[in-house]
Design a protein around this ligand. Structure first.
Ligand SMILES: [Fe+2]
Length: 344
């Protein structure tokens, strides 16, 4: 084959049509392939509990035809067709007094952050009591059901890795036999008794990819934040804790990391950005965040999204100190050297 020496000609549209017909794309015409840094399609956005609770109440006032166990409204990022970020979906779920959601399991992993009411989630036979501010894990492919055995409506924040799992073509789902509630196999809050005090039983090693601790109570999170603030001499930008797998020190789930920040009233967090995307939910207080140059105002039970590689900072404006729960997809990035972070 001869090498052409005259390169004065140009490719016409019929060439590109033939490339398309051959199921190919010409790389030199694809925008962004040499972009120096990510430009996520997702936008900063805040979902307000007070505005959305009416929509959940409306769904709670009618018969959903056996679908009441899925009375959840998922947050769709304005820059996406599905998903709060490209890897995660968050939303509010409601269970009315006396209602339950039958046991099932799926490969997407979930966290629940309790917002109102009181009830139980059962995970692999362990019932954990859920109270406001508590973080409860339902790891991927574990049997779980929910029941409201209190007299107040339960609403919690769901956080799942569904967009990631779907993107990997690995979503599986199964109903528990008879589509009923699970039998309780161990005492209530058994994992809290085993792992919840900062110690672990001797000679025990990790046998799962997720944390063996099913619940991280808000009372103990608040206490840890309070002590940390004290020993760090009340730092200017507040303090943060990571929820960890007590057997490994790693994230609570293989795909999701959870944390909580305490920002004293009148203070602001450091400005930062990272390649992980994050959903924040206000567990106490009020304030606003500047995310990608946009101001997002929030108060208790509101949640908002910080897309990947987007600068953000939080401001606590009310009389009360702010606590912000967060979940992120950082564990998906770190094993591949894709996690980067900047402060400034
Ligand atoms: Fe589920």
């Amino acid at each position: 084959m001869s090498v052409p020496t005259d390169k004065s000609g140009a490719l016409d549209e019929s060439y590109y049509a033939r490339v398309r017909d051959a199921q190919l794309v010409a790389l030199w015409r694809v925008p962004g392939t040499d972009a120096p840094e990510p430009a996520p399609a997702e936008s900063p956005y805040v979902w307000h509990y007070d505005e959305l609770i009416g929509l959940l109440d409306e769904a709670g006032s009618v018969d959903l035809g056996g679908e009441s166990d899925r009375r959840a409204l998922n947050a769709t990022n304005p820059g996406r067709v599905f998903g709060t970020t490209h890897t995660m979906v968050a939303g509010y779920q409601m269970v009315l007094p006396g209602e339950s959601a039958p046991a099932h399991r799926h490969t997407p992993a979930a966290i629940r952050l309790m917002l109102t009411g009181r009830g139980h989630t059962v995970v692999e036979g362990e019932a954990v009591l859920m109270e406001p501010g508590d973080l409860v894990l339902t790891p991927g492919w574990t049997w779980h059901d929910h029941r409201n055995d209190g007299d107040e409506t339960m609403v919690w924040l769901d956080g799942l890795d569904v967009p990631f799992v779907r993107g990997m073509n690995t979503q599986f789902y199964e109903d528990f036999e008879g589509k009923q509630l699970q039998p309780r196999l161990v005492p209530e809050d058994a994992s809290v008794s085993r792992y919840g005090a900062g110690v672990v039983p001797s000679d025990e090693s990790a046998t799962t990819r997720h944390s063996p601790l099913t619940k991280y109570s808000y009372a103990s999170s608040l206490e840890s934040l309070r002590r940390l603030r004290e020993v760090q001499g009340d730092p200017e930008h507040g303090v943060s804790i990571d929820f960890v797998n007590p057997l490994t020190g790693g994230p609570v789930l293989p795909t999701l990391a959870c944390a909580m920040d305490l920002l004293p009233s009148g203070r602001a967090s450091r400005r930062r950005r990272h390649t992980s995307s994050t959903v924040f939910c206000t567990t106490q207080g009020e304030g606003y965040s500047i995310v990608g140059g946009e101001r997002l105002d929030w108060k208790h039970k509101d949640f908002f999204v910080v897309p990947s590689w987007t600068w953000y900072e939080h401001h606590a404006t009310g009389d009360q100190d702010v606590t912000l729960f967060s979940m992120s997809d950082r564990p998906l990035l770190e094993p591949f050297g894709l996690y980067r972070e900047q402060t400034g």
